[in-house]
Design a protein around this ligand. Structure first.
Ligand SMILES: NC(=O)c1ccc[n+]([C@@H]2O[C@H](COP(=O)([O-])OP(=O)(O)OC[C@H]3O[C@@H](n4cnc5c(N)ncnc54)[C@H](O)[C@@H]3O)[C@@H](O)[C@H]2O)c1
Length: 422
């Protein structure tokens, strides 16, 4: 009988555990004891699973644990730990190495370890497998096997949830590849695509996000060019998108744990092999510069509207990396705030999705209470994230928050006639 352990219960691991728990016996393992406690109490702070789904998982006998002994009798281990970058934009494989070492301690003959974390091609077989072999003393592809099946979920997206997205699968031998594929097919309603090798499956995931990053960078670069020409980029995009093969994207900030991070995994490996990936790195540089650019445009507009810059009160609406979710990882709104502060502006930040009491891991400036219920007036307002709560408001609601001659900066194209929009 299959018993599955999901290692790493974050945005990816928890919904996956819930999906498997409908058919299999599942144990969720995480080193974060506070997270495990909350999950056992039926609360998911990432909001990927609602109360009802948490109840469902717990009723399906799903267990959440931080104790390795609780996953010792599993025979399938699925790894969904983070794959961040360090301060020099190099892959930080520590969570993958450490989780492989943990699994190695409980690995038995016949077990299968499937990695889902986004990596560059080669990480599963060249970095993780040696750790599994070392800690377990078992032999790869003789005693135990591995698979790779990248995750494609989109945090906050309630339509494209884990079982509704076609899943790429792969395995370390043809038989194991089939076994891995059959396992996912049994819960992924959208079906699976069995890749020819683990490296192909790894590469397929990293290029999905790299392609998106490069495409957005092109649109961002066009926005920078059209801005100097006094042309509205969004109007240009609407016109160009009337051609069937134009990819319609809008300019914006690229943050989060995936699109702004994964391309560095690929560029790291490419450079290690002696190839300089100029296009991908150039795209990263453009996208990373957008926060500073938005702040500079805000300052210019304030000057045009006779607003004093030093000590000006500026309100930033939204600080998560994307709309309608509480995920703040690698949010580029922070770049806007930092740049404005360098002009000695007083910046208030409001985000209805972020708990003001949450430990400030990703962001240190604090969140104010709902400004729409306060009397404070601002010299400039920046709509940084298109949360539903902001989209439903009319322009007048923002004007009420402003000193005379409101400077309304719209990063996401959600208000009518802003002073400036990206
Ligand atoms: N978030 C997304 O939208 C998304 C989408 C597709 C793919 N991915 C990829 O999936 C992977 C996981 O991302 P995520 O967003 O779920 O991350 P996350 O930070 O939300 O969750 C990861 C969890 O792993 C735990 N963890 C860390 N080290 C561990 C260890 N050694 N043993 C056990 N648990 C450990 C953490 O405590 C955390 O709860 C990453 O590689 C990411 O690139 C993420």
């Amino acid at each position: 009988m299959k018993k599955i352990a999901i290692i790493g219960l974050g945005y990816v691991g928890l919904p996956l555990a819930h999906a498997f728990s409908a058919r299999y016996s599942v144990v969720g393992f995480d080193i974060n004891e506070a997270r495990v406690k909350e999950l056992n109490e039926g609360y998911d702070r990432t909001l990927e699973l609602d109360e009802h789904q948490m109840e469902e998982a717990l009723e399906n006998d799903m267990k959440f644990t931080a104790n390795l002994d609780d996953i010792a009798d599993c025979n399938i281990y699925i790894v969904t730990v983070p794959t961040p970058i360090d301060k020099d934009n190099r892959p930080d494989l520590t969570p993958l190495v450490q989780s492989s070492q943990s699994i190695g301690k409980v690995l038995k003959k016949g077990d299968v370890v499937i990695y889902e974390s986004t990596v560059y091609p080669g990480v599963t077989e060249e970095v993780c497998v040696p750790e599994l072999e070392k800690t377990s003393g078992l032999k790869f592809n003789k005693d135990f096997f591995v698979g790779y099946s990248p995750e494609r979920i989109n945090p906050g997206d309630k339509e494209h949830t884990v079982t509704k997205i076609l899943k790429v699968t792969s395995g370390s031998t043809p038989e194991i590849a089939k076994k891995v594929d059959t396992l996912y097919k049994s819960v992924i309603v959208a079906g699976t695509f069995l890749a020819s090798s683990i490296k192909v499956a790894e590469a397929s995931k990293v290029i999905e996000n790299t392609q998106r990053d490069v495409n957005i960078a092109l649109i961002n670069e066009l926005a920078l060019i059209f801005d100097t020409m006094g042309i509205d980029t969004n109007e240009v995009i609407d016109a160009a998108a009337t051609k069937w093969n134009f990819i319609k994207l809008t300019p914006g900030l690229v943050g989060g744990h995936c699109i702004g991070v994964d391309p560095y995994y690929l560029t790291y490996k490419a450079e290690e092999l002696g190839y300089k990936p100029n296009l991908i790195l150039g795209a990263r540089q453009i996208n990373n510069g957008m926060g500073k650019y938005i702040a500079e445009q805000t300052i210019k507009e304030m000057i045009k509207h006779d607003k004093k810059v030093k000590n000006a009160n500026i309100l930033v609406l939204g600080v998560t990396f994307k709309e309608d979710c509480p995920d703040m990882r690698n949010t580029k709104v922070v770049d806007i705030i930092e740049e404005l502060k360098s002009y000695e502006c007083q910046v208030d930040v409001y985000d209805p999705w972020v708990d003001p009491n949450e430990p400030k891991q990703h962001y240190t400036h604090g969140i104010i209470a709902n400004p729409f219920e306060s009397e404070k007036k601002y010299d400039a307002i920046i709509l940084a994230v298109a949360h539903q709560q902001f989209k439903v408001l009319a322009r007048s609601a923002y004007e009420k928050l402003s000193t005379s001659e409101a400077v309304l900066i719209d990063v996401k194209g959600i208000i009518e006639n802003p002073t400036w929009r990206l």
